[in-house]
Design a protein around this ligand. Structure first.
Ligand code: 5GP
Ligand code: ZN
Length: 142
């Protein structure tokens, strides 16, 4: 089911144009209109799912396979040295369009982008406790 207010659903429906790279019955890949580097593309499910938790995992596998194929083609077409595959989930993580999507961003050795800032754990205990807390959450979910 698609969402009337969603810009990506409108692209899927052909109501808004895009520079299409490839598509299957379930997935559309097209250029991001505001590329981090030229060739930056988005892989989206044609059906409206909001984020990674809504996305059926079988569809996730198909998206990963598309990311591999289209990512390889983007690397070759742009002469990129690397590729970021990124998914933003929720506003706090930078999600602006609430229709699940993966960014394929070609990267170049001298493109000037830095790795994001990293923090440190206070001590090894803090890291161990947190790892175990997350593990317990998974056990609780499954
Ligand atoms: P987010 O921050 O939600 O992960 O990324 C949304 C992305 O969608 C942004 O990189 C933005 O440039 C791209 N975008 C937003 N509107 C459009 C549009 O109408 N067409 C295309 N091709 N990309 C869009
Ligand atoms: Zn949508």
């Amino acid at each position: 089911m698609n969402n009337q207010d969603c810009i990506f659903c409108k692209i899927v429906a052909g109501e808004i144009p895009c520079f299409k790279i490839c598509e299957t019955d379930n997935i559309l890949t097209f250029l991001d209109i505001g590329p981090v580097n030229k060739g930056h593309a988005l892989v989206i499910p044609k059906v409206h799912y909001e984020n990674i938790w809504d996305l059926p995992s079988e569809l996730g596998q198909e998206i990963l396979s598309t990311a591999q194929t289209a990512g390889d083609a983007i690397m070759k077409a742009t002469g990129a040295d690397g590729l970021n595959v990124i998914m933003n989930n929720n506003k706090a993580a930078g999600q602006l369009v609430f229709h699940a999507h993966f960014h394929l961003i070609p990267r170049f050795n001298e493109d000037g982008f830095q790795h994001w800032d990293q923090k440190e754990y206070d001590n090894m205990d803090e890291a161990q406790v947190l790892a175990q807390k997350i593990e317990k959450m998974i056990t609780g979910i499954n």
